[in-house]
Design a protein around this ligand. Sequence first.
Ligand SMILES: *[C@@H]1O[C@H](CO)[C@@H](O)[C@H](O)[C@H]1NC(C)=O
Ligand SMILES: *[C@@H]1O[C@H](CO)[C@@H](O)[C@H](O)[C@H]1NC(C)=O
Ligand SMILES: *[C@@H]1O[C@H](CO)[C@@H](O)[C@H](O)[C@H]1NC(C)=O
Length: 444
Amino acid sequence: MRRMAAKVNHCCIPYIIASIRDYTNCHSMRFIIALLLLTSSYVSPLNNGLALTPPMGWLSWERFRCNTDCENDPENCISEHLFKTMADLLITDGYASVGYEYINIDDCWLEKKRSLNGHLVPDKLRFPSGMKSLANYVHSRGLKFGIYEDFGNYTCAGYPGIIGHQISDANQFAEWGVDYVKLDGCYAFPEDMDKGYSDFQTVLNNTGRPMVFSCSWPVYQIYAGIQPNFSKVMEHCNMWRNFDDVQDSWASVESIIDYYGDNQDHIAQFAGPGHWNDPDMLIIGNFGLSYDQAKTQFAIWSIMAAPLLMSVDLRTIRPEFKAILQNRKIISVDQDPLGIQGRRIYKHKGIEIWSKPITPTQDLHYSYAIAFVNRRTDGTPSDIAVTLKELGLVSTHGYRVQDLYENVDYGVLHSNTKIKVKVNPSGVVMLRAEVHNHALLHIS
Ligand SMILES: *[C@@H]1O[C@H](CO)[C@@H](O)[C@H](O)[C@H]1NC(C)=O
Ligand SMILES: *[C@@H]1O[C@H](CO)[C@@H](O)[C@H](O)[C@H]1NC(C)=O
Ligand SMILES: *[C@@H]1O[C@H](CO)[C@@H](O)[C@H](O)[C@H]1NC(C)=O
């Protein structure tokens, strides 16, 4: 049997873990509640057989925006060429083999006017082959194809929205071979969304083609001061936005991390297989995040069971950022079959600990992914020391602990063992603690 690889340090705990105690006490209870939820039909989430783990893929918006100038910028404009290029790179550069499968168009793919018979028309210069052809291309690569529309009169960039054309637009998507529909909420009344979004889900269902339904319904209601009915949202959407669009900066990523941490008690419980909170795209590999910050975004998004939608130029991404996006150990935390959204369990003086229950389980104990995040800016790594028990990991069989970014295996640790990590400013240390399956021997 493997002994502890790391010398565990018993000196001072720089950050006292107190608020975690409650979490520890209700640990087994949470498991039982989760089992009850699985076996009861008290709310029935959307069941279109899709997004049983958070969708993974590539989405154009954050990086490529509404660049329609193919004359002067042919390599970066929103065009069929861009999406075909990214589809090819998902395959050739290894992204598809770790799970990224959707190629998703965002805004600005349409002509400004519908056809005379009311159909949506893709921009004739930028999508000359049309959407069915592009979808075929994406499918021929073994990938899936996503499209963008808007619930209201116009898309956010001013192209035709679906209002008044819901049925024919949904049928068009199905005919084209669309696998995923993101429905934005500009130029619409948020109070209409409970009915409008749920009706559109019925319309999508009636096409007979399974399409992931990505909703912006809650965030527009929150902006309008309406408390979203998340029970209803999860009955009709595979995923939904709760908060601001991500921008290319650490400040933006931090604001999203804070939003999901601060509001977790109202939203985390609605996530599960087939229905996810969506904190927006991964901006890893762009201009705004350092290497450490990029690792932090990936770790926290995975803890949150977030859809992993890269928005980055895959032609020029640097290898260290690509390696983050292709970290299989962290992807498997995000894609864990239990689909439980993790939570921030500790926050004090710029240090945060996030935790997500994952498989395998053993005697009513979960395994966990744990992320230690350093939000401090004081220029030197911070030490965090904590026992597994203080994190709520109380199985008497112990846990096999490994680092998911560094090649460090701590072996099997007792829940009283203190674990100590050094976390870079705006960085993260991420661990996986698998509940051990037989009684611990040889641990002092
Ligand atoms: C959308 O257009 C209709 C018809 O012109 C109009 O009545 C409605 O107010 C518009 N909605 C919004 C949110 O502007
Ligand atoms: C439509 O809804 C039914 C009932 O939830 C579901 O079984 C079916 O898979 C759905 N079909 C599509 C195409 O989404
Ligand atoms: C929220 O949605 C659920 C599920 O559709 C429904 O049963 C419930 O009545 C709604 N709650 C409110 C306050 O409208």
